[in-house]
Design a protein around this ligand. Structure first.
Ligand code: ZN
Length: 193
């Protein structure tokens, strides 16, 4: 068994031992809201937004972007599970600011090993087979932080399956302080009608 696997299973055994009455929680989120945010390991939405089990939906992907799949989850979140307010939360120092579709396509075409980055940019070992498939994927990178929040809030706001009475708030999490900083243009664009 890998060390990670045994650590995770040990942590889970501890969690189960202290699970308390959480088995009684209802399926719909009790506080009726959802957060779309980045998968970055430094971000813990339960802590930065004060969530307990059963409180809210948290949808995560690379960048916290409003991808088709993120929107799929948000639509389920309101239509079947009753959320009434949504947050789009990107963050400072996001890895999605560090590459472009072209760079990613080239790295994957070079090999499927983990790439490295230094002052001169990304480098690939070139060891082993790569694949050109990466050139067909829209990686939803982040050239400008505030703008990506605005774009994502607007995309969700204008989506035909999203009702106009759900407010969408746009924020950037500051990795240096833990603070959520509003992107006023995004929140304005996400205003409910
Ligand atoms: Zn990120």
């Amino acid at each position: 068994m890998s060390q990670i696997l045994s650590e995770v299973l040990a942590a889970n055994a501890e969690y189960v031992a202290n699970f308390g009455d959480k088995g009684q929680l209802a399926l719909p989120p009790a506080r009726h809201f959802a957060i779309l945010t980045c998968m970055d390991a430094r971000l813990d939405p339960a802590k930065y937004a004060g969530l307990s089990e059963g409180d809210a939906h948290v949808i995560r992907n690379a960048g916290g972007r409003a991808s088709d799949d993120a929107i799929r989850s948000l639509v389920i979140s309101y239509k079947l599970l009753g959320t009434r307010e949504w947050f789009v939360i990107h963050h400072t120092d996001c890895g999605m600011e560090l590459f472009s579709n072209e760079i990613m396509g080239n790295l994957l075409a070079s090999s499927l090993k983990t790439a490295t980055i230094d002052a001169n940019g990304w480098h690939d070992s070139g060891v082993g087979e790569g694949s050109g498939e990466g050139r067909y994927i829209q990686w939803l990178t982040i050239p400008q932080r505030e703008q990506s929040v605005v774009e994502d809030v607007k995309r969700i706001r204008n989506h035909p399956l999203v009702p106009n009475d759900i407010p969408i708030y746009g924020y950037i999490y500051d990795c240096k302080t833990g603070r959520l900083v509003e992107v006023p243009e995004a929140t304005e664009a996400g205003r409910s009608a």
